[in-house]
Design a protein around this ligand. Sequence first.
Ligand code: GDP
Length: 424
Amino acid sequence: MIKAVVGANWGDEGKGKITDMLAEKADIVVRFQGGANAGHTIVNKYGKFALHTLPSGVFYDHITSVIGNGVALNIPILFDEIKNLTDRNVPMPKIMISDRCQIVMPYHILLDAYEEERLAGKSYGSTKSGIAPFYSDKYAKIGFQVSELFDEDTLKEKVAKVTAMKNVLMEHLYHKPLINADELLETLHTYREMVEPYVADVSSFLYEANKAGKTILLEGQLGTLKDPDHGIYPMVTSSSTLAAYGAIGAGLPPYDIKQVITVCKAYSSAVGAGAFVSEIFGDEADELRRRGGDGGEYGATTGRPRRMGWFDCVASKYGCRLQGTTDVAFTVLDVLGYLDEIPVCTAYEIDGEITTDFPVTYKLEKAKPVIEKLPGWKCDIRGIKNYDELPENCRNYIEFVEKHIGYKITMVSNGPSRDDIIYR
Ligand code: GDP
């Protein structure tokens, strides 16, 4: 059984918590896209952790954690993350890295930072993790696949070729120090030693595991609105955030993904630039940011304060549709317990017309939110285990959202821990 856990919105919906929770009854958790540019926050018996590259199943002994071919693999960051876990008494996870996965090179990170500097005020709000230069090189066919670390002659030749190309940019566009090919080759040798014990043919491992009846979770990073094709282009990430890409980024048959659990947060938050129709500002935003998530809405990777907004039915309906949602997990609902009234964005007004269809970017930039207000429930709903025990106004809020997005909310998350969950 293969299930995907993906985001409906801009990321930070709480996918890490839902994956960690579902991993209890799974065998394998796979990251299939993205890199160390975003993070998942997980709270469990070992403490609170921010994961960037490791799949959210790493805290269980029974889980095999897989880095699929679609991931942008930053090798030093991966190993720092593993060390951070084992230093805090988490047992060494079982890790498998696809031999077809590509490597984030030190110059990708530099180029990302230099480009942000060059664009100054017009930047895309990159996390400077090298993700955009990495995926550009992958599709320009000058990326480094993990398997290539084990073919010394090809590696040497490629390092020389790519260094020469990159140094043109370093010298003439950015006016920065040149890359030294010998040092780069040395770095790659170190990377080879680090990854060697974990490298495997992931797609055949997953194929066999699926055939043997194992449960495989595909863990997405970010959400639909950051997808390079279907998101708010160009303010998007550089790899597909959709469940469909799970098939490619892990090497699985698309028709074997039987369940798509789309995670939707009970309000909105976003990082980086781009249109954000239901955004709020000032004290109203500060209060929600401070109360949000588990300890506030600040980026797990960058620590940047997130932009805040009310729940956006238009973006979420679209976000769920593009994911091919079978189940919605509605998260962080407990946070809204302080509000007398809860505003919800139910439609957009674009050039005087009301729509519930999510538009392309230039129209999105003109969209104004149509807001409806629902009565709040004014109490703490953490600890509640049964749907019927939720306050009536809280159930009304859930059912109102469900009706507007058009997908069944089958799980409600009312706290950051694994067991803060209500099944419907
Ligand atoms: P991800 O990138 O989608 O995994 O999301 P993040 O981990 O970046 O952000 C979600 C934040 O909300 C984290 O701090 C989680 O611990 C927290 N969280 C997840 N679910 C809930 C919930 O139901 N209630 C509360 N209060 N916090 C939650």
